[in-house]
Design a protein around this ligand. Structure first.
Ligand code: FAD
Length: 506
């Protein structure tokens, strides 16, 4: 594609949970008067949810952490309340397991009371202070002098939600342009004329309005329209993932009381919806040049290991199955630390809306952020709800291995590929891999299959299933060695190293 390829009413830059939630909210609407609202999402990566939205603790926060009246507090509480309906419609797993914030010493008590007061002011329902004995009824073996119980805290699949929002938005008419790294934004006509959003590889979309939801790069995107007074610093959070052997060990979320200037919420153990436990995240600012440096460092890994063993002394070395990192888009520099409020505003450039510093609780807040952005868009384009919007994600049955045995047997009778296990650790069937390969966005990297089907996420981290998935793609979808990518960038394979007849290929 060259020159002006497509015209839109709204173009969202960034296919993280925030951009995808905005896209789905817009998909729910048409222009007042009946015309279709033309919406597109662009992302520099080959799939949605490859940024911060797949690299976090996946906690639906209750709203105790943020100062009353801030965007973060308001959107967190509102987003939390929207999650059950949203996840129900999109068939995304969510578990309301609650959270205990635990004061270990007298020194933690002022911080704990501050969280309770903030929660009250923010309208967090069901909070309760608990002594040690009461805490034991929720999490046997826990140690602490006082705890704050927030029953609305939950865990979710963060990439599951992002993918579901995107696929549902797409099913309702939103275009997704992937591998579309925005390099420039121009407005060649007079103020009020459409923006031209150009990608690094020369594609251009024209759009009346632009929403910058570019996460770690939101300041760079704003600079493209001349807004240069905003700046983002990346602050890395590293994690260890523990094996599912420990599933059920943690009944709830357990957090320390954060210090006043902590850039995060402190290292904690977090159960995941899939039965693993995360240890982390750390909080270390990283150099400007590479905001997407997701390396796990040996020093932090050693810290996390120590913390894990302190809280779960029976951990074996083999329980630590993987590490990963996610980077917070901070508006506060390293020397200041702490947290700044979200900035969600229409800028001095009319029609250009930007979202800055959407760190935690951006995942929780995403549906509420989407409503807020839609209300900003309505000021330019009056909108009415569509009657033909399909909120439910069709044809998706969840994880096959979690279905009752009888239902599984019935499904195998009609669809034999449910009877063939491809990922042994996670018990993922061939049919589920096929559904992931044939995803509605047409994305076919190994990470796309992993995030959709959960293959390669188990104890062996793909040792068993990766060759089987490769074989499927090769034999059934005609892939050549150069067609395989982990995420994007370099291909997985250098080429064939053996000839058809045996021996080395030359
Ligand atoms: C360690 C950690 C733990 C967290 N824990 C929680 C939690 O438990 N609960 C919670 O509610 N929140 C949590 N968060 C915050 C949450 O993950 C984020 O707020 C949320 O994912 C932000 O979503 P986003 O869509 O704004 O950004 P992203 O997911 O980063 O999406 C931005 C997208 O923009 C794209 N992009 C960037 N530049 C360009 C460009 N030039 N052209 C095209 N595309 C571009 C990127 O590729 C990316 O896909 C955590 C964050 C971190 C880092």
């Amino acid at each position: 594609m060259t020159d002006i390829d497509l015209n839109y009413d709204v173009l969202v830059i960034g296919a993280g949970v925030v951009g995808c939630a905005i896209a789905r909210e817009l998909a729910r609407h048409k222009k007042t008067g009946g015309e279709r609202l033309r919406v597109a999402v662009v992302d520099k990566e080959p799939d949605v949810s490859l940024g911060t939205s797949s690299r976090n603790s996946a906690v639906v926060h209750s709203g105790i952490n943020y100062a009353p009246g801030t965007e973060r507090a308001v959107l967190d509480v509102k987003g939390n309340a929207m999650m059950d309906k949203l996840c129900g419609e999109l068939k995304v797993p969510i578990k309301r397991i609650g959270k205990l914030t635990v004061a270990l010493t007298e020194g933690d008590l002022p911080g704990l009371h501050k969280q309770k007061n903030q929660g009250e002011a923010n309208g967090v329902p069901g909070m309760e202070l608990m002594d040690n004995a009461k805490m034991q009824t929720i999490q046997p073996g826990i140690e602490g002098i006082l705890g704050l119980w927030t029953p609305t805290s939950a865990i979710i699949s963060s990439f599951g939600l992002t993918i579901a929002l995107a696929e549902n938005a797409h099913a309702n008419g939103v275009d997704f342009h992937l591998n579309y790294a925005v390099k420039s934004i121009a407005r060649p006509g007079k103020p009020g004329d459409p923006f031209e959003v150009r990608s690094a590889d020369g594609r251009t979309c024209r759009s009346a309005l632009v929403v910058n939801a570019a996460g770690l790069h939101c300041d760079e995107v704003s600079a493209m329209v001349g807004i240069t007074n905003v700046k983002i610093w990346a602050c890395r959070g590293e994690y260890y993932v523990l094996d599912k052997r420990l599933d059920g060990t943690l009944k709830t979320l357990i957090y320390p009381v954060p210090g006043p200037n902590d850039p995060g919420l402190g290292i904690h153990l977090t159960p995941t919806v899939d039965g693993n436990i995360l240890i982390g995240p750390s909080a270390v600012y990283i150099p400007e040049e590479d905001r997407e440096d997701y390396r796990a460092t040996s020093a932090i890994m050693a810290d996390l290991r120590r913390e894990g063993l302190r809280l779960l002394p029976d951990l074996a070395a083999s329980d630590f199955i993987r590490s990963f990192a996610g980077n917070r888009p901070k508006q506060t520099p390293p020397e200041k630390g702490g947290n700044a409020d979200f900035v969600i505003e229409e800028t001095s450039v009319p029609g250009f809306i930007h979202l800055l510093g959407i760190e935690s609780p951006g995942l929780t807040s995403s549906p509420a952020i989407a409503l807020k952005v839609k209300d900003m868009i309505v000021k330019h384009i009056p909108l009415t709800e569509r009657t033909d919007f399909v909120a439910e994600r069709p044809g998706f049955i969840g994880t096959f291995s979690e279905l009752p045995l009888e239902q599984r047997m019935d499904l195998i009778k009609t669809e034999p590929e449910y009877g063939e296990i491809i990922c042994r650790c996670e018990q993922i069937t061939k049919k589920e891999i096929r559904q992931a390969i044939e995803n509605p966005l047409g994305v076919r990297t190994m990470a796309s299959i992993k995030y959709r089907a959960r293959a390669q996420m188990g104890r062996c981290q793909g040792g068993f299933c990766t060759p089987r998935i490769v074989r499927m793609l090769r034999d059934e979808y005609g892939y050549r060695p150069e067609d395989f990518f982990v995420r994007g960038g370099a291909p997985m394979f250098a080429g064939n190293v053996r000839s058809e007849k045996g021996g080395d290929a030359r």
